[in-house]
Design a protein around this ligand. Sequence first.
Ligand SMILES: [Fe+2]
Length: 396
Amino acid sequence: MRELVAMTGRGVWIALVLLCMGLCVEAQIKLLYGPYLQNVKETEATFVWEATAPSVGWVEIAPNDGSHYYGEVRPRYFDTANGVKRTDTRHVVRVSGLRPGTTYRYRVYAQEVLQHEGHYVAYGRIAATDVYGREPLRFTTSDWSKPTTSFLMLNDIHGRQQHLAELLAAGQHAKQDLVIFNGDMVSTMKDKQGVFEGFMNESVRLFASEQPMYYARGNHETRGAFATAFQDYFSPKEPHLYYAFRQGPVCFIMLDSGEDKPDSDLEYYGITDYDSYRSEQAAWLETLANDPAFTTARFRIAICHMPPSTRPDVWHGQREVMEKFVPALNRLGIDLMLCGHEHRYEFEAPNEKIAFPVLTNSNETAVVATYDGQALEVQVVDTKGNVVERKRFVGQ
Ligand SMILES: [Fe+2]
């Protein structure tokens, strides 16, 4: 009997040791989300990823020259704030000094920080993207001198990951230079998990680690307790969520149209101030008249979630887009505006109030466009790849 008790006791100890080992293995740091590219420019790119534990992070950059990734030490670029490596689960690194129109390989890392007491820092294990079991991740910088370019635009996905995948496939995203998200990718910014499970995990799996993605915020991304964290993940190194970027002959102006109802609406509980924010963007638009990225472009496109409207029954947000953004865009002489928000296709030809065409994409289609050096050829495709609309814009 005593032997049986002793054996049972040993069994309990063995089980506890195994459980502890299991927990230790379980607790080992991993990459949870990403990596994905943000704000790819001619000479710089930003990398975003998230680890399962507080960690320091860095990215290595290697030329795409046929050498083995393990052939030599690759330069490291750390996630720092004012010279100190940040301890966080989220990591953001902007790498500059790159060459235009050049393909690079990269690898991201996160090393767990177990303890930080006084001067002492204790580090744990390292997680990194795979460069041995699969090809290292690659990306290509923008090139203003490229004679042509192409892009795919999606909007109003509202967390439908399967739909996102179908539209990316229908629009042959791998053949396009870049992808644009034109707002309402989720219905509410509830938390980090909702963002990644709503559209970013699928985007990373399909393209966002290797193809540039540029994001214009929609009104639904302004909602929820996580809304103020939006820029931690998208355009995290940019001063604002509105910005202009260039690929080849095309300049893209990314606008943030804010919420659709007045700031005083009870639905916002007094937390919004979008009228001021849209005025700030209207003033910024005027500066593009002196920005070479804009002035030397052959074709200029504004990306804005909510379309402008002169309808008498229009809501406040769209009226603001009409009153604040359109006059500045008219003066700039842009060639096209691409919108979403309505969940239906609409096309408005230039008229006396809006001097440029406005194409509003539905929530069931993708816009695929190519600037061939002469004109922008636009196709609107459904989830099966059928072309449901075709337009050709010569520009001004
Ligand atoms: Fe929407």
